[in-house]
Write a protein that binds this ligand. Sequence first.
Ligand SMILES: [Zn+2]
Length: 347
Amino acid sequence: MRALVLTQLGGPQQLRVLELPDPPAPSADQVLVRIRCAALNHLDLFLTEGVKGITLGFPHIVGTDGAGVVAAIGTGVDSIEVGDRVAINPGISCGVCPLCERGEEPYCRQFEILGEHRPGTAAELVLVPERNVEKIPDDMPWPTAAAFPLSTLTSWRMLKTRAQLTSGESVLIWGAGGGISVAALQIAKLLGARVIVTGSTDEKLERARELGADVTFNHAQHAPEAIARDVRKLTGAGVNVVVDTVGAKTWDASLKALCPGGRLVTCGATSGPEVGLDMRRLFWFQWSLLGSTMGTRQEFSEVMTEVRAGRLWPVVDSVVALEAGQHAYERMSRGEQFGKLVIEVSR
Ligand SMILES: [Zn+2]
């Protein structure tokens, strides 16, 4: 099979398309998916330079998100048939520990992510557990199907389960353009919140308003602290929830923008992971600082329900061929995208 692989660490220029052996036949609880489209997430980009705690074997097949047609199933598989169109939940847990049995898969100590700890989705064939695939609507285009799993699932868990954002509350989302922030914007609107977003260009902010953003700030023109001040003026006491996946650059401003009792939720730190905290402000204002990663199988089903009903429709930035996969990485490294960067693996 053909696959987009990282041949060594050193950035997107180390990516190549190679011919590799097909995966083995599926074991009892597995399905083999013939991938049509894969999609990138920030961790795909970070991985090309190496990520602390993850040891890659080379060549390493990249790609976290994917969608395709089921090509083969294991003997114990009963919810999926050969020929089904599916999207893949890239978070793979052990499935048998007490946490997995309670449906708390992201807390599983064996939790792995496709394309990070395991071979990724930018390959013609990918082997995953049956519980990690969901059928998609017949009319859903392949790039759209590949675009939603990781970022929509992660944003769903962040806002709904962790931050418990409710109708009438306000939320600040930094950096509209990335997959997470765009999905968070869509989900926050779906939950009935007032949404404030920042973006690096007026074009991105225009796109954000089209998706329902109520207030936008250009963060290339205004410092995070100035935005936090304006957010406080706009909302009175500050926002109820901040989605901060930027980290070092925005952390202080995120806390300044938060109302007493507010919740800050994060699933990433694209500008750097080290931040400061004055504990007196934390307890005085009774903030909650919430970490979040991926989502449960139940949350993936909830996301699928919204997707199937057409209430959540992921935004695709662009689609490139497998051979041009490196260009998608470079576009992400320049921060030019609005929505998901998709790679067409096969037709
Ligand atoms: Zn487990």
